[in-house]
Design a protein around this ligand. Sequence first.
Ligand SMILES: Nc1nc2c(c(=O)[nH]1)N[C@H]1C(S)=C(S)[C@@H](COP(=O)(O)OP(=O)(O)OC[C@H]3O[C@@H](n4cnc5c(=O)[nH]c(N)nc54)[C@H](O)[C@@H]3O)O[C@H]1N2
Ligand SMILES: Nc1nc2c(c(=O)[nH]1)N[C@H]1C(S)=C(S)[C@@H](COP(=O)(O)OP(=O)(O)OC[C@H]3O[C@@H](n4cnc5c(=O)[nH]c(N)nc54)[C@H](O)[C@@H]3O)O[C@H]1N2
Ligand code: SF4
Ligand SMILES: [Mo]
Length: 703
Amino acid sequence: MYSGENGNMELKYVHTTCPYCGTGCGFNIVVKDGRAVGIEPWHRAPVNAGKLCQKGRYAYEFIHSKDRLVKPLVRENGQLVETSWEEALALIAGRFMTFLPEEIVCLSSARTSNEENYLMQKFARVVLKTSNVDHCARLCHSSTVAGLAAVFGSGAMTNSILDIEESKCIFIIGSNTLEQHPLIGRRVMLAKKKGAKIVCADPRCTPTAKQADLHLSMYSGTDVALLNGLMHHIIENGWEDSAFISKRTKNYEEMKSVVMQEIYSLPNVSKITGVPEDDLKTAAEWIAQSKPSALIYSMGITQHTVGVDNVRSTANLMLLTGNLGVPGGGVNPLRGQNNVQGACDMGCLPDVYPGYQKVADPKNHRKMESIWGVSGLPKAPGLTVTELMEQLAEGTSTVKCMYVMGENFMLSDPDLNKVRKAMKQLDFLVVQDIFLSETANLADVVLPAACYAEKNGTQTNTERRVQRIRKAVDPPGDAKADWRIICELAGCMGYGPQFSYMNEAEIFEEISKVTPQYGGMSYERLEKPDSLQWPCPDKTHPGTPILHTEKFSTSDGLAEFSGIEWKPPAEVPDVEYPFILTTGRNIWHWHTGTMTRRSKTLASEVRTGWVELNPKDAKKLGIRNREKVRVLSRRGKIEIPSMVTEDIKPGVVFIPFHFKECAANLLTNGALDPVAKIPEYKACAVKIEKIEPQESKLLEGQL
Ligand SMILES: Nc1nc2c(c(=O)[nH]1)N[C@H]1C(S)=C(S)[C@@H](COP(=O)(O)OP(=O)(O)OC[C@H]3O[C@@H](n4cnc5c(=O)[nH]c(N)nc54)[C@H](O)[C@@H]3O)O[C@H]1N2
Ligand SMILES: Nc1nc2c(c(=O)[nH]1)N[C@H]1C(S)=C(S)[C@@H](COP(=O)(O)OP(=O)(O)OC[C@H]3O[C@@H](n4cnc5c(=O)[nH]c(N)nc54)[C@H](O)[C@@H]3O)O[C@H]1N2
Ligand code: SF4
Ligand SMILES: [Mo]
């Protein structure tokens, strides 16, 4: 931090890390008279070298919003009314103590720091004696964590952001990198400038697909067929890396026997995926014949009932072509939220303590009891949030109480009508947020939290880089940092000694003791702009930019192929619901819009949602561009402006899920992957109806 004279104005520049995506760009918050007034480049930031996308550039605009939460609120006669911290915390502590461990769930937040996530899972386990702790990674990369851990022994991105530039061929599948991880997209573009081939597999011709040398325009939900087809062609041509396969992997023959079946020959795969055969051939040749090749994926792969299968298939392809453990290669899942990697690392998952140490292993159990100075920690894994919502809606759950920190599932969970029904089953809901979100609006108690610019801490980006966030301004009103709120609540419930920290650095010190991957890290070491990438097991370890260089993290050090058959999505189009709906994001907005829709520059660029459909489909339905239409699924309906565009495959429609007035999640399907329990956000069946002129007049009258 330094203060500079600018005319006679005193400006302060505070180095920090972006609160939006998992790229983890660094920037300076400009502070004047105690207010954040701008964002300026921080050129020494390792990930982005001073460059930013529009969300980072305007990440100061929502901080001083007039409708920030400034006081705790409690529900009285149906209304949320202001109260003091003492009363709010006493009320919560009293109520929490009346619930059994199996009756209570904590949801942590990938928007908050490692320190705060660490304390949330510690609160659940130590104070409430429950393993019921989860967070939005369940909706995002739970299939990555499960799938890659099974293959490589670790669920994290194998390579680094900088390293992408060294690649000779980049295969992007189910990731709109240029819009959703723009500063990683920049590295892809730099690789392209140096001659790398870019292949992009996506049902939409996104800005990323437009920059690619080859766009594989596929139907949603056909990824395993596509990947098996590419592997079929590679093996048929003898392009596999036999030396790598024999030295570093096992189970190759099983995988080979599956992908060499007739169903995965290119003519068949072309029929299933809708991608021309020649494009499949070119992609297979580029990926196999360029060394090194890197694979990048994100939600187009993970958010399916076959999410884990999809993830394992991507790993099969990169093992087959010998692209692991080398610079410019790797399987690179791009983690979404600023600190979703950290929230997972910190053990905000129902089956693991910090550092992915299994709850069910008695050795870990004893270790944690001794470090935390408690007895009676829960021994069995807890509930995932998606299973919880399902059971609540069916009326079969034991859960009666939820403590939610920084998640807005009333807009982000699938099948919102079901979620609303689930919420009716709860006796007590506490939501801690920076704004009165759709979820907070249902709570019995709302706690006002400090935002990223108002607290210190660390967060971990997609390439496992642990970086500092630094306090630039004071929180508004009575709002407090999440970590302080958790500690005060634990104190009210008789656990003061286990939660007495003077500052964030003390919490981090405990994290480094408990979490093997963070063992050698401290605030002092993280002060350097380069920060550290985990694993960093001891104080002299320099951190690890590339995983699996010598051996994999599995028990025998080998990576494991698996033979995976293609299965269609849980719900496929039929006569009544003839379109595949896929959902996702836009560069200007963030998830449920709590921050970006309050950011005046971002909000003025894109004001509401839309449904993308191909001109051929629009013509059949008699729908013009920008006409308001009705989209219906078996679960709900919305009204939304159309966007008629060649950029989407006929038969597929796309809706961004940021906008509450036309919420995509009223339509989506809550069907889950059997292992990861991730919902199928990327494929369900819908129909589209024209809104007749008389009807639309009536609607206008109602607005
Ligand atoms: N601007 C912005 N950036 C963000 C976010 C945001 O809300 N706004 N959110 C962050 C978070 S948490 C995450 S997880 C990431 C997500 O980052 P991405 O995964 O890149 O984003 P999405 O738009 O969800 O989906 C990516 C692409 O998958 C395609 N797709 C849909 N169905 C399929 C399919 O079946 N197969 C394949 N191969 N592709 C398919 C979609 O057309 C879309 O272009 O973004 C992060 N970055
Ligand atoms: N249809 C569809 N739905 C999806 C997806 C999709 O692709 N399609 N993607 C899914 C994915 S990948 C994700 S990650 C989820 C995201 O789902 P959510 O995490 O529910 O979405 P956010 O809008 O990021 O909500 C975060 C909340 O945290 C609050 N917040 C921000 N900073 C702080 C802080 O410092 N402290 C506290 N206490 N609160 C804070 C924000 O105001 C906001 O209310 O959405 C999922 N939903
Ligand atoms: S790329 Fe991600 S981390 Fe970087 S400025 Fe944009 S939103 Fe922030
Ligand atoms: Mo995400």
